[in-house]
Ligand binder design. Structure first.
Ligand SMILES: NC(=O)c1ccc[n+]([C@@H]2O[C@H](COP(=O)([O-])OP(=O)(O)OC[C@H]3O[C@@H](n4cnc5c(N)ncnc54)[C@H](O)[C@@H]3O)[C@@H](O)[C@H]2O)c1
Length: 430
């Protein structure tokens, strides 16, 4: 099938290359001139394991092409996926202006039947609004459908998640739309859940909200562990082995970040309010997370009488490992707070430093994890990059001024840290 993708971000790029991998022909559109220039020069604009290889293959085979023209994608594609960003407004609601502008541009270019699919995460009832927007702007009598096909990929494992999903959710109000999407995804051999559009939209927000809830729950339990002498790793394992609960999203740490959970929880609280419901649980989830993100600063303030003039090393800048995505990364908030206290900050991240240098230019980006620790009074681990688990602790200690480690992701072992003479702080462990 011929597919149009509007928005070449994390979701659009992964969707584009994976649909090419499934045998479809994809035209991907973006309106960011810098990104488009990179794409047209055959450079992949984001880091995601396995993405570049598929990108190179399908660009070479001309099964994946890039354009700045929505008109071209509408002309050439049976199905058009809207994959643009839906950031938070200051009041927490989803900013749908990018979706609206794309819907209008698709509409004015419609000449014959097209299926327009929301893949961006949007509030319930957005599909109806997109349909009205397109109807108002499309030429008279042209046929189209709107469907919802929320995306559940996780950055860092996005290709695998897309190609081997737990389920594909298709929200459609016409048989033509659901048949087209069922045919599109048939090569995945994945369970397909057919629903109405409102339910599909709500599945996505509810899934993200539930994951955020699990994370804030386990972080709250970690607080009780610290105060009672229990060990959060053991407690989480014991809870997670219960099949009704499961072990995913049960790792205590400095909370969730990224472009999805924070904004989707905020948007869900807002949608609920508009529908006349006070979603109190989600407000608590948000509060717990906001506090948890700054836990390393609490420890630092407790450990040092004043932060001014200290040198602090940060390992890990991206909001999670295996991505260069810095959106809502706890590291940025922590670094900004440290810089405000006149602390010197030395950072290392395996892939996100180029992007981070633009956002926190006052922080020093170091060539490796050991260099970041040079003469540091303390080290904060913000991201659980696997390579941080196997570094030479002797060398780390030698480089630091004081052997103080604040492990925001519980990736190191307290007994090993003690054996190396570190003063080691972790979340919910003694
Ligand atoms: N990133 C994730 O892990 C993830 C997972 C599931 C769902 N989602 C949802 O998918 C959506 C996209 O997320 P993302 O992380 O890919 O965002 P992103 O910011 O990385 O990408 C969005 C892209 O859309 C482009 N764009 C905006 N307006 C455009 C227009 N008018 N024409 C053409 N291109 C336009 C931007 O230039 C950008 O490249 C969001 O709603 C997000 O919540 C994201």
């Amino acid at each position: 099938m011929n597919i149009g993708i509007i928005g070449c971000g994390y979701v659009g790029m992964v969707t584009g290359v994976c649909l090419a991998e499934l045998g479809h022909t994809v035209t991907a559109v973006d309106n960011d001139p810098e990104k488009l220039a990179m794409l047209q020069n055959l450079q992949c604009p984001i880091y995601e394991p396995g993405l570049e290889q598929l990108f190179n293959t399908y660009v070479r085979e001309k099964r994946l092409t890039f354009s700045g023209s929505i008109a071209q994608a509408v002309r050439d594609s049976q199905i058009i996926f809207i994959c643009v960003n839906t950031p938070s407004n200051p009041d927490g609601s989803a900013d749908l202006s990018f979706v609206e502008s794309v819907a209008k541009e698709i509409a004015v270019n419609l000449r014959e039947y097209r299926l327009i699919v929301e893949k961006s995460t949007v509030p319930v009832q957005t599909g109806e609004w997109v349909r009205r927007t397109i109807s108002r702007n499309a030429p008279p009598n042209v046929e189209f459908d709107v469907a919802s096909n929320p995306e559940f990929l996780r950055e860092g494992t996005a290709i695998d998640d897309f190609l081997h999903p737990d389920r594909v959710v298709i929200g459609a109000d016409s048989r033509r739309a659901s048949s087209l999407l069922t045919e599109l995804y048939a090569p995945l051999n994945a369970p397909i859940l057919l629903t109405d559009i409102n339910s599909a939209e709500l599945i996505k927000h509810s899934a993200n909200a539930f994951l955020a809830l699990k994370i804030s729950f386990i972080n709250s339990v970690a607080q009780i562990c610290s105060r009672s002498g229990a060990d959060i790793k053991k407690v989480a394992k014991g809870i997670g082995l219960d099949r009704r609960i499961g072990s995913n999203a049960m790792e205590a740490g400095i909370g969730y970040g990224g472009m999805c959970l924070p904004k989707d929880v905020a948007a869900y609280i807002r949608i609920a309010k508009e529908l006349g419901y006070d979603f109190e649980i989600l407000k608590a989830v948000q509060n717990v997370n906001n506090k948890q993100r700054l836990w390393p600063l609490e420890i630092l303030k407790h450990r040092f009488s004043s932060l001014q003039g200290l040198t602090i090393a940060i390992w890990g800048l991206s909001f999670k490992p295996n991505t260069d995505d810095l959106r809502y990364a706890p590291s940025l908030e922590i670094t900004a707070a440290l810089l405000k206290e006149k602390v010197k900050v030395r950072c290392f991240d395996p892939v996100a430093m180029k992007k981070a240098a633009l956002q926190i230019p006052e922080a020093k980006m170091c060539p490796n994890a050991y260099e970041a620790c040079y003469k540091a009074d303390a080290l904060i681990i913000c991201t659980e990059w696997p390579e941080f688990k196997t570094l030479d602790l002797h060398k780390v200690a030698e480089n630091m001024k004081l052997p103080v480690i604040i492990d925001g992701r519980n990736i190191l072992e307290p007994s090993r840290m003690a054996a190396h003479g570190f003063e080691y702080f972790s979340v919910g462990r003694q």
